[in-house]
Design a protein around this ligand. Structure first.
Ligand code: PLP
Length: 266
């Protein structure tokens, strides 16, 4: 006799771009969510043609196609949490924000702007639309220092500036901001979590000397979304997400995949 399994598995939807070379975007999200024992789903927002060396071009996904993907998944499965990554046009921001307006789970928004290889992944006018439409829906946003600099319109070179910038970004409407310090020049890597109605927290770790970090931002945001989907509170979810990425980078640091910034092996 076959046993029927009716256990509940937590579901995580990533609304993000494509990386056929397997390191970033929905590929990183799916690997991360699965590795953390959740069920991974995707809505594709853009088709960047890329490898570990860089993005060659970006093909658009029509807004209607994104709307249809969202409707089809929600008609069948209500995600426990959502990660939003690359959303490069105003029309897509509006489509996603309108659709998620009444969504009840946690949303982690990684405001992806420029790839490690220096390719722009967002149109200039989309940044304001993200601030107005997606920040207020987000449980957490996870900008890196380059994205923070764009959002607060000044260069960030110290930890104090990171915390101040986080507070400024928080005032734009999300419930929490994790300012990622990976791009700060220092031996110790520090990330700063700024929240509404809670103390600012810092998470520090040693810096791993490797160029294999392609997709680390995608991995972090989907790891945090996975932990949140399991009912874990924000602070431990952030801490566990950072630990997951640290481990993944540590395990990938000596691996050679591709000729550019290698992916995380997880
Ligand atoms: N491609 C997609 C679809 C992404 O979402 C991102 C970043 O989030 C990248 C490429 C760039 O990744 P990285 O900057 O880690 O190389």
């Amino acid at each position: 006799m076959t046993l029927q399994r009716t256990e509940r598995i937590h579901t995580v939807l990533s609304i993000a771009g494509f990386d056929g070379s397997g390191g970033a975007g929905i590929q990183a999200d799916t690997k991360t969510v699965s590795a953390l024992g959740c069920y991974a789903m995707n809505v594709l927002t853009a088709l960047p043609v890329q490898n570990t060396q860089g993005v060659r071009t970006i093909y658009d996904i029509p807004t209607q196609a994104v709307q249809d993907q969202l409707e089809t998944i929600f008609d069948d499965i209500y995600p426990d949490s959502i990660k939003i990554g690359m959303v490069h046009s105003v029309a897509l921001v509006r489509c996603i924000a309108n659709f998620l307006r009444d969504y009840k789970g946690s949303i982690v928004f990684d405001p992806v702007m420029v790839s490690t290889s220096g390719h722009r992944l967002i149109q200039e006018e989309t940044i304001q639309a993200c601030i107005e439409e997606l920040f207020p829906l987000a449980t957490l946003i996870t900008p890196n220092l380059d994205e923070v600099s764009v959002l607060v319109n000044s260069n960030i070179t110290t930890l104090e500036q990171m915390a101040m910038a986080g507070t400024k970004i928080l005032s734009l409407g999300s419930k929490a901001v994790l300012v990622k310090g990976g791009h700060l020049e220092s031996d110790v890597l520090t990330n700063v979590l700024v929240q509404v109605d809670a103390e600012t927290k810092q998470y520090s770790s040693a810096r791993i000397d490797t160029q294999n970090t392609h997709g680390s931002g995608c991995t972090l945001s989907s790891a945090i979304a996975s932990y949140l989907s399991q009912g874990i509170l924000l602070e431990p979810a952030v801490e566990m997400g950072l630990h997951y990425v640290y481990q993944a980078i540590a395990e990938s640091s000596q691996i050679r995949i591709g000729q550019g910034n290698g992916p995380l092996n997880h």
